[in-house]
Design a protein around this ligand. Structure first.
Ligand SMILES: O=c1[nH]c(=O)n([C@H]2C[C@H](O)[C@@H](COP(=O)(O)O)O2)cc1CO
Length: 145
């Protein structure tokens, strides 16, 4: 299974430790194409060492998105890039799970929570310590579909 993980980069790296926890768990279910999003040495400048810069990043990520069977996004830290990825993935009719932590006091964008459709596009509110269980539940549910 190809898994696309979305998390904030230029939007801010405050949640990178949670991204690491999520990616480690996701790797039990398949290949995480965007593993770099969880690397603690990736700063909010982004992958500035990549040749051809932002066009390369965008085109590579869109290709990975197309190849993906499922998209998992941590959406607590708002990110333009993650919002864009989710909109594109929705148009591709991909299975999408957005993870949000209300305990931060933040309010998730209506353009994400309001996109929930009861099947392909899901939002799950969670607490940090629950994240592995939430992912297990989601992937066990996918197997049954
Ligand atoms: O260097 C990068 N590499 C990369 O893969 N991305 C993708 C993956 C992330 O899920 C998302 C983060 O977007 P943003 O940088 O706007 O927070 O965009 C984004 C950047 C920088 O914008």
């Amino acid at each position: 299974m190809h898994i696309y993980f979305c998390g904030s980069i230029r939007g801010g790296r405050q949640d990178v430790v949670i991204y690491q926890k999520i990616v480690q768990k996701l790797q039990k279910y398949g290949q995480v194409l965007t593993e770099h999003v969880s690397h603690c040495d990736l700063t909010e400048k982004g992958e500035d060492a990549v040749q051809d810069g932002d066009t390369f990043i965008h085109d590579r990520d869109m290709e990975w998105l197309m190849m993906s069977d499922v998209i998992i996004a941590e959406v607590t830290q708002p990110s333009l890039g993650v919002g864009y990825e989710l909109g594109r993935a929705l148009d591709m009719h991909k299975k999408i799970l957005c993870l949000f932590r209300p305990s931060t006091g933040k309010s998730l964008s209506a353009m994400i929570r309001g996109a929930v459709d009861g099947s392909l596009f899901q939002v799950r509110d969670y607490q940090e310590e629950e994240v592995e269980g939430v992912l297990e539940e989601y992937f066990n549910g996918l197997v049954k579909v």
